[in-house]
Write a protein that binds this ligand. Structure first.
Ligand SMILES: *[C@@H]1O[C@H](CO)[C@@H](O)[C@H](O)[C@H]1NC(C)=O
Ligand SMILES: *[C@@H]1O[C@H](CO)[C@@H](O)[C@H](O)[C@H]1NC(C)=O
Ligand SMILES: [Zn+2]
Ligand SMILES: [Zn+2]
Length: 446
């Protein structure tokens, strides 16, 4: 999962209301359709497909590339799409690739994988360890790419069954650089009716998937403030304006935003994680820099926090005769919106994943205060994000993502690939114009 900020324009436009809501149909219960998930899973488990996905993942793992630098990863994706005979657009948002499988006409459903690695050193000693010092696939985006290519292969093999077009979204720069937003700016969601995404989860059992309707990830933003006073001799404080004391009061006051102003039933986080100022025992510095992050599960709560963080910093600094400037970095790092799953797509997910894995393997997810740039897509079209279990207790526990000891259980790949493909294929079947939708206007668009 990444960390980011979101763009205010997106808040203003309510795309959700201008797009038809997905609505399931009774056709999903017909034998052919309910058979799709199991057939696709059996196909994904075949050694040819499984070994091929594993090979791709290991090749990408050896050559991790940071956000907007995924040139070799992107090249590998295109080479595989070429071999399969899948059409694609490139470049999209620098290194991104958009593939198309199916009729080429509407409806359109997107499935998404992120491609970027993290700037950290891999500590796992194995044959396919990162060959790029200081770079590592420690979030599993290498596995995400392999599984989306797996889905492409399943869908391409079954393309005559597709009742529309599946859009394969290979996205750069999930880790805090807002790659999803650049993909949207490049038009990736034009005509797209819904989008699905997944993330590998090291602490959930392999063969299980976890998600829920509504918010599953927090909106996230960063702030930094420079609190300026007047430096001087530490023994003569009356001749200085002390920014250390002012910053300390600011930090304490910021803690009251969550404890005194937020609804206790609406989870929020304000953390000051950075405090820089002073360098000597006997000198009051001119200024102090503090910084941190804030999280909330709705855009209203998030924007309220943003507003109050600025007010509290400047107001509390003024009490101590200091000036403060606050920066939210929205140019480099847009705010990440909360990850909010569409209700109708949740029903669809329960049906498809339940048919594939058994309903007892499809579990409810507790919301996380982490964030994921998939949320940008969900601001534009109905979207659904879920976690794919990887843990196999007989093989020991897996380290959490962003750990230098992070590892992937490749046994999860057939589930991820088959779920991507089944969610998309079944969606196209159930989203046909003859199906009765309450929003008849949409029939004309189709
Ligand atoms: C704060 O800003 C005002 C207006 O620019 C200035 O006059 C004052 O000296 C500043 N105070 C400090 C402590 O920097
Ligand atoms: C877990 O690992 C064991 C040992 O490798 C294997 O036999 C078993 O099939 C795995 N379970 C799953 C659900 O993948
Ligand atoms: Zn991550
Ligand atoms: Zn991730």
């Amino acid at each position: 999962m990444g960390f980011f900020n979101w763009v205010f324009v997106i808040f203003v436009l309510n795309f959700f209301s201008s797009k038809p809501a997905f609505s399931g149909s009774s056709s999903s219960t017909s034998i052919g359709l309910s058979g799709i998930p199991d057939r696709f899973l059996q196909f994904a488990k075949k050694p040819e497909l499984f070994d091929w996905m594993v090979g791709i993942r290991r090749e990408i793992h050896e050559n991790p590339e940071l956000g907007f630098e995924e040139f070799e990863t992107s090249k590998l994706i295109r080479a595989e799409l070429d071999k399969m005979g899948v059409r694609y657009k490139y470049p999209v948002a620098v290194t991104g690739v958009i593939g198309f499988v199916g009729t080429g006409g509407p409806p359109f459903v997107a499935i998404r994988a992120d491609m970027d690695a993290l700037s950290m050193q891999e500590m796992v000693e194995w044959e396919h360890k990162s060959r790029n010092p200081g770079k590592m696939h420690a979030c599993g985006h290498d596995a995400h790419v392999a599984m989306l290519l797996g889905a492409a292969k399943i869908l391409q093999e079954h393309r005559e069954e597709l009742k529309g077009t599946v859009v394969l979204v290979f996205q750069p720069a999930e880790e805090g650089r807002g790659g999803a937003m650049k993909m949207i700016d490049a038009g990736v969601l034009e005509n797209v009716n819904a989008i699905f995404g997944l993330h590998v989860a090291p602490n959930l059992p392999v063969g299980e998937v976890h998600s829920r309707a509504g918010p599953i990830g927090a909106g996230s933003g960063f702030f930094e403030a420079v609190i300026s006073g007047k430096g001087g001799h530490a023994a003569i404080p009356q001749h200085s304006v002390d920014p250390i004391l002012a910053a300390s009061n600011v930090i304490v006051s910021l803690q009251h935003l969550v404890s005194r102003e937020a609804d206790p039933l609406d989870p929020q986080v304000v953390t000051v994680a950075k405090f820089q100022g002073g360098g000597a025992f006997n000198v009051i510095p001119d200024s102090v820099t503090i910084g941190g992050t804030f999280r909330a599960f709705s855009r209203e709560s998030f924007m309220q926090l943003r507003l109050r963080i600025e007010e509290v910093i400047t107001g509390q600094a003024a009490v101590q005769r200091c000036n403060a400037t606050v920066d939210f970095f929205t140019q480099d790092k847009p705010f990440f919106p909360p990850t909010i799953n569409h209700e109708g797509l949740h029903e669809h997910f329960l049906n498809v994943a339940g048919d594939m894995l058994g309903t007892h393997k499809v579990k409810d997810l507790k919301p996380l205060t982490g964030s994921e740039d998939f949320a940008f897509y969900q601001e534009v079209v109905p979207g659904y994000f879920f976690l794919l279990g990887m843990e196999n207790k007989t093989r020991g526990r897996l380290e959490s993502s962003h750990s230098p000891y992070f590892q992937i259980n490749e046994d999860s790949f057939p589930y991820g690939a088959a779920l991507h493909a089944s969610l998309a294929a079944r969606y196209l079947h159930e989203f046909q114009p003859e199906v009765s939708f309450s929003d008849t206007k949409h029939h004309d668009e189709l």
